[in-house]
Design a protein around this ligand. Structure first.
Ligand code: NAI
Length: 331
């Protein structure tokens, strides 16, 4: 039998977890021939552990052929034991009146503990994807505390933003979303994120040329992608979960399968200084994967002065977030 992949998921009984776990167990993330063990972490409180048990009962009831085993725990050291992938979805939500800085500092200790647990207990080939917000800086904290794990094994998710940008451009151009290729997000997964409309193509031509409406591209398009999460909360009364889970499936597949020639995907990875994003910050870039665990940041894309200015602002926000949590990083 193929050795199962061990996948740790934090916040497993939350909204995204509920939409994500059946899809992983169904083979959507690692393929139809790859068995999985789901190692699910929830808070050590009765309500969360009860909910987790309920989720596990439902997974049992799906009788997924690829689901080899499940681990239910409130201990990160158990959840991450021998894990090949750690999907860090759970985080402390923003409460009423809470500033972004407060949120960063509240989440810091969670991602410190989880980074250490990844370091000490995960498999030697572990890779970590952070979804829990503020995901870039949470990933930065976990990465810094996982001292023995190479930095490039850490990523954070802007694939949902990429998918949103792709859908918006397709709708505006009146084409199916598959006609839009290389949709791309730069910078932070926040309201400063930068959806690229120049290097993205529609039926093979720059989206900027096909749409030919600069005011829409720099105005409504930008705002719709940046504010889509808030629009979904307003409409649904809850934040995006199915689309976030689906994007995480895409994110992991993007990093584990070879990217087709001429293509890229948006992944938040540690900056090597590319595109003037300060080295070490976890920022969204165009990324190509080799399918063997390696990836590269695509070089040489041209940005318009407008996009450059927006990326510089988003990178400055990331640097500011790093400064806000400086006391929580190892010295
Ligand atoms: P949710 O509140 O429904 O679920 C979060 C779960 O995490 C809860 O069950 C909670 O008990 C658990 N949790 C909290 N702290 C934990 C810890 N220290 N260890 C283990 N479990 C913990 O939230 P939802 O909708 O599932 O979203 C999860 C996160 O994903 C949020 O931070 C959200 O902002 C973020 N998100 C990120 C997106 C992205 O594109 N990067 C898109 C959508 C959501």
């Amino acid at each position: 039998m193929v050795t199962p992949i061990r996948v740790a998921i934090t916040g497993a009984a939350g909204q995204i977890g509920y939409a994500l776990l059946p899809r992983i167990a169904n083979g959507d993330m690692f393929g139809p021939d790859q068995p999985v063990v789901l190692q699910m972490l929830e808070l050590p409180i009765d309500a969360a552990q009860d909910a987790l048990r309920g989720v596990a009962m439902e997974l049992d009831d799906c009788a997924f052929p690829l689901l080899h085993d499940m681990v239910l725990t409130s201990d990160p050291n158990v959840a991450f034991k021998d894990a090949n992938w750690c999907l860090l979805v759970g985080s402390k939500p923003r409460g009423p009146g809470m500033e972004r800085g407060d949120l960063l500092r509240e989440n810091g200790p969670i991602f410190e503990a989880q980074g250490k647990a990844v370091n000490d207990h995960a498999a030697s080939d572990v890779r970590v994807a952070v979804v829990g917000n503020p995901c870039n800086t949470n990933a930065l904290i976990a990465m810094n505390w996982a001292k023995d794990v190479p930095n490039e094994r850490f990523s954070a998710m802007t694939r949902l933003d990429q998918n949103r940008a792709q859908a918006q451009l397709a709708a505006k151009a009146g084409v199916h979303s598959t006609a839009v290729k290389n949709a791309l997000i730069w910078g932070n997964h926040s309201a400063t994120q930068v959806p690229d409309f120049v290097n993205c193509t529609i039926d093979g031509r720059s989206a900027a040329d096909v749409i030919g409406d600069e005011a829409w591209l720099t105005g409504e398009f930008f705002q719709t992608v940046q504010q889509r999460g808030a629009a979904i909360i307003k409409a649904r009364g809850k934040s995006s979960a199915a689309s976030a889970a689906s994007a995480l499936i895409d994110h992991v597949r993007d990093l584990t399968t070879p990217t087709p020639n001429g293509r890229w995907n948006s992944v938040c990875v540690p900056s090597d200084g590319s595109y003037d994003v300060p080295e070490g910050l976890i920022s969204s870039f165009p990324v190509r994967a080799d399918g063997k665990g390696g990836y590269e940041i695509v070089q040489g894309l041209e940005l318009t002065p407008f996009l450059k200015e927006k990326l510089a602002a988003s990178a400055a926000e990331l640097a500011h977030e790093r400064d806000e949590v400086k006391a929580l990083l190892p010295s």
